[in-house]
Design a protein around this ligand. Structure first.
Ligand SMILES: Cc1cc2nc3c(=O)[nH]c(=O)nc-3n(C[C@H](O)[C@H](O)[C@H](O)COP(=O)(O)OP(=O)(O)OC[C@H]3O[C@@H](n4cnc5c(N)ncnc54)[C@H](O)[C@@H]3O)c2cc1C
Length: 482
């Protein structure tokens, strides 16, 4: 079947990736540097994998979300660190997205951000927001991945089990079923299996059934509801700005709108702890009007809808602590949402998937023996950053269920203070935004000069908006917490 699993021979052996989402495609990219064959399996159809160069056409009114990734029909913001890694792995990607109609802007300059009911900035951040829809980004990644030497994408191929998973065995392949699901199953042998099959991955069940201990799991229950709708975009909308994010904190309702390819807006409304946005026309508008800032309600009051609103329900953030397992099963690495799935309000998932791909690349240079353990140990601190940021904020809501720690409490309250200070202090606003974009570590907010500004009792310098709009001036401070 395969090569010697214990050695790291460049360009030898077969890697199998479960799932052609963002995590799977980026994993395939780095695996193609170490394996001569990489197979990416997905139960969905995967249109647009030919090198036709055509990205922008074929878009209907909707965004074209696949069945296997229903979240793709909702606003997906790519953090600057994610953009940077995608460019490193696929040089020229952003240029292609722009050519396909995706707008770009500097975060906090061409887009509005409301925190705790008040607008932050505009302030120069040096961060680029690429406003491609998730399906466009995925199509371009898919096209590039399929074009890599040795990589093949196998659409309409469901993985239905792992092979060789006994308690003392390595995973040596996957059991698959192609097509409509009624055919016979076959085995695909692999030197390494990478599970990137998302939040509902079955591999933990398969491993548990074979006697492998389940990793400890952290859960933070937020009961978040999304509703998203596509609108036609006109240049005068939102005063020419390209996005607006109205954060839920410290209330329960928030939302966002982003200009995407095809002169369209994707508008997403969101509510925590059961406060879910309705999808009917009147309910959707009414929910938007009750947000802490009027921008989204104003936008959808004048824009023409192109689709109905679609819902999504996200119950909890889940993190599987494989790093705490003494001997994680060999031959399989779990990555992406299957490993750690974040509250989407913080827009971290795609960027963290990209960070994980870089960690996997580093770990592959040490060969396949002990790779899973090395990967989980190395990726733990990367996940800690995003997980702590998101959950310390969520756990400030008393009704959110999850484990509260002193460190989390301190982090959450310091971050909330930095957010309030960001309204009036450009240096804090800039650093906060860079931390949110995972471009700088959270410790950047603790540097002495900055901490002094965050903690200062007096009034910090006021931000003078470059070109305040009437709506900006009318935005009322809301729900301020002390
Ligand atoms: C509502 C919502 C909004 C979000 N917004 C953002 C955002 O703004 N910014 C951001 O960075 N992230 C966001 N995320 C997170 C982001 O979508 C994911 O973190 C990111 O896509 C990485 O996911 P993944 O590739 O691990 O899994 P997925 O994208 O879920 O892909 C899994 C793939 O595996 C396939 N699959 C599953 N099971 C099988 C099987 N048995 N056999 C074969 N194939 C299988 C599926 O068809 C799918 O293609 C959001 C998530 C949600 C839910």
């Amino acid at each position: 079947m395969t090569s010697d699993r214990s050695t790291s021979t460049p360009h030898s052996g077969h890697a199998v990736v479960l799932g052609a989402g963002i995590a799977g495609l980026l994993a395939a990219r780095v695996l193609s540097e170490s394996f001569d064959r990489v197979s990416v399996l997905d139960r969905d159809d995967l249109p647009g994998t030919g090198d036709t160069g055509d990205l922008g056409s074929g878009l209907g009114a909707g965004l074209g979300a696949r069945r296997g990734v229903p979240q793709a029909g909702h606003l997906h913001a790519l953090m600057d660190r994610g953009r940077e890694i995608l460019e490193e792995l696929h040089p020229g990607l952003v240029t292609r997205l722009v050519a396909a109609g995706a707008p770009t802007s500097e975060a906090l300059v061409g887009g509005r951000w409301y925190l705790q009911g008040r607008r932050v900035g505009p302030v120069s951040t040096g961060l680029t927001s690429v406003l491609a829809s998730r399906p466009l980004l995925e199509r371009e990644l898919r096209r590039r991945t399929a074009a890599l030497p040795g990589v093949r994408l196998l659409p309409r191929t469901a993985v239905i089990g792992l092979v060789g998973v006994g308690a003392d065995e390595s995973v040596t392949g996957v059991r698959i079923r192609a097509g409509a699901g009624d055919g016979a199953s076959t085995v695909l042998a692999a030197d390494l299996v990478v599970d990137a099959s998302g939040r509902n991955s079955r591999s933990l069940d398969w491993l548990a059934a074979a006697g492998h201990p389940a990793p400890p799991t952290s859960r933070v229950t937020v009961d978040l509801g999304y509703a998203s709708r596509i609108y036609q975009r006109r240049p005068e909308h939102l005063g020419g700005d390209l996005s607006v994010i109205i954060s839920t904190t410290p209330g329960l309702r928030g939302g966002g709108a982003a200009a995407v390819e095809g002169d369209r807006w994707i508008v997403t409304l969101a509510g925590l702890l059961g406060e879910h946005p309705p999808t009917d026309d009147d309910g959707f508008r009414a929910f938007a009007r009750r947000l802490p800032a009027p921008d989204i309600a104003d936008l959808i009051g004048t824009a023409t809808p192109l689709t109905d609103a679609v819902p999504y329900r996200f119950r909890e953030s889940v993190r599987r602590h494989f790093e705490a397992v003494r001997r994680p099963p060999d031959g399989i690495v779990v990555i992406g949402d299957a490993l750690c799935s974040f509250n989407p309000l913080y827009a971290q998932g795609m960027t963290v998937a990209a960070q994980q791909a870089l960690v996997l690349r580093d770990c592959l240079s040490g060969g396949l023996r002990g790779l899973p353990g090395r990967f989980y140990r190395a990726v733990g601190p990367v996940l800690d950053v995003a997980w702590d940021m998101a959950t310390s904020s969520d756990l400030r809501y008393p009704a959110v269920a999850g484990r509260r720690t002193l460190r989390g409490r301190v982090t959450g309250s310091y971050a909330a203070r930095a957010q309030r200070r960001a309204h009036r202090d450009p240096a804090v606003a800039r650093t906060l935004m860079r931390v949110v974009h995972l471009a700088e570590p959270p410790t950047a907010l603790l540097r002495p000069a900055l901490a002094a500004r965050v903690l200062a009792p007096g009034a910090p310098r006021a931000i003078t908006p470059a070109a305040p709009t009437v709506r900006d001036r009318l935005a009322v401070p809301h729900h301020e917490q002390s």
